[in-house]
Design a protein. Structure first.
Ligand SMILES: [Zn+2]
Length: 299
């Protein structure tokens, strides 16, 4: 039993969103109660103080509206602090990052239709074996579609393909963004209520291997935007996809650039606990691996 950071994405009911794996608000609330039995849930400001009992920080990625509507509401009611990271791209450029185009299209276009479109346009060789990484998905075509969109197609191909379908599903993109992401006013409200707000990304791209360039295109713009929204310089960072396939490289090379720009810590997607003398990069545990849904050796 030791210190942990719990990792959350969507906290909501599915309500038509079949392309995502959200945690139900009831499970979230129950999880907070269970974690509180073994850990003190603290704010990021407190992790470097001397703590007499094991602590837990709650980390939220992506800044989606459900986190404000459901998670923040529950946290506020219980008086529990948490750490939310947000994205500047959707607000500044009016674009929806690829990851959320995938979630939206998988939710509102049938797997059959999607597979017909994909297999009619692109090379699908190898998809049968390689899509096994998605073996937790029951439907074969869902596995195929996810593999095609997330791995087989280039980012440009996938974006163009998904943008056209997205456009037919949600013709008013600005309205989609307003509904799907936490607004600037809500970010201010959450910060004033004691939540820590950190940088997630500008356009949610995985680490590209060049630390300064990556900082300039993905981190700096989000940091500057947050400064203008909150009047505070963010000091915590959680990278999109935990860095992606270049995670190890990112953990090594990006740190000095982050430190130079005032960051004091960051969260990876590696699974693990956090020691009392924490390092710059902290491991996390996915919420589905924690009770009541999963079992974790860390609790
Ligand atoms: Zn993300």
């Amino acid at each position: 039993m030791g210190n942990i950071a719990a990792m959350y994405h969507y906290v909501r009911e599915k309500k038509g969103w079949g392309g995502i794996v959200p945690m139900h608000p009831h499970d979230f609330e129950e999880q907070l109660d269970l974690i509180s039995k073994t850990h003190r849930i603290i704010s990021l400001d407190e992790i470097d103080k001397s703590n007499s009992e094991p602590w837990c920080v709650l980390t939220f990625d992506d800044g989606t509206k459900d986190q404000y509507t459901f998670a923040f509401d529950i946290l506020k009611r219980k008086g529990i602090p948490a750490y939310f990271t947000v994205m500047s791209g959707p607000h500044l450029t009016g674009n929806v990052p690829l990851v959320h185009l995938v979630h939206t299209v998988l939710s509102f276009k049938s797997d059959e239709e999607l597979w017909e479109l994909l297999s009619g346009t692109y090379d699908t060789s190898g998809v049968e074996e390689e899509s096994q990484i998605y073996k937790y998905e029951q439907k074969k075509l869902r596995r195929y579609n996810k593999f095609m969109l997330n791995f087989k197609l280039s980012v440009t191909e996938a974006t163009i393909f998904l943008e056209s379908i997205f456009q037919s599903l949600f013709p008013d993109k600005q309205k989609f963004i307003n509904d799907f992401y936490i607004s600037t006013e809500e970010i201010v409200e959450m910060s004033q209520a004691g939540m820590t707000i950190g940088v997630h990304a500008h356009n949610h791209i995985p680490y590209n291997g060049d630390p300064q360039e990556f900082y300039d295109i993905e981190i700096g713009p989000c940091k500057d935007w947050m400064k203008s929204v909150l009047g505070i310089n963010p000091i915590w960072y959680t990278p999109a996809f935990g860095g992606g396939v270049n995670q190890k490289l990112m953990l090594d090379k990006l740190t000095p650039v982050l430190v130079k720009n005032g960051f004091v810590g960051a969260f990876s997607t590696r699974e693990g606990g956090i020691s009392d003398n924490r390092e710059f990069w902290m491991d996390r545990i996915d919420c589905i691996r924690l009770p009541p849904l999963g079992t974790s050796s860390y609790l």
